[in-house]
Design a protein around this ligand. Structure first.
Ligand code: HEC
Length: 123
């Protein structure tokens, strides 16, 4: 009588937890001031091209956000400051329920240049 015994091989994996104490606490010497980004020497149109604006805005067609033409027709030169802040801080409620996310990496000077370019689109 032949009996086949299936022998299961049990391999024991000894997992050793090697505790490594890492005392290197990085000192927070981050000198970069993110609250005041440096202005670029580009034109408003060029700045828009380097950013994500075109993903939601186009010069004359409404996409996720209003077209530059629509914005230009709704606002005037006196709104430059306010619109520049909107670009930096984000905004919602003026065109619909979709909000525009903030662009905190943009300097106020650059934001104003972009607004000036956008407002020039009505001509
Ligand atoms: C994720 C999509 C998205 C991106 C990216 C985006 N916008 Fe907008 N933008 C919107 C939406 C949506 C609105 C309308 C917000 C509202 O209803 O108040 C808007 C509104 C605006 C307005 C008008 C604000 C107002 O109060 O009427 C300006 C000016 C503007 N965007 C400029 C820009 C510029 C410049 C950039 C690039 C730096 C940009 N947007 C990137 C979606 C976007």
């Amino acid at each position: 009588m032949k009996k086949l015994f299936v022998t299961g091989l049990v391999s024991l994996l000894i997992i050793s937890c090697s505790k490594k104490e890492n005392p290197s606490v990085e000192s927070s010497s981050d000198a970069t001031d993110v609250s005041t980004p440096a202005p670029s020497n580009l034109t408003g149109e060029q700045i828009i091209e380097t950013l994500d604006c075109s993903g939601c805005h186009s010069p004359s067609e409404r996409m996720i956000g209003p077209s530059y033409k629509e914005i230009a027709e709704k606002y005037s030169e006196k709104d430059i400051e306010m619109l520049a802040s909107k670009i930096i801080e984000g905004g919602s409620g003026n065109w619909g329920s979709v909000p525009m996310q903030p662009h905190s990496q943009v300097s106020k000077e650059d934001a104003k240049k972009m607004v000036e370019y956008i407002l020039s689109q009505k001509k």
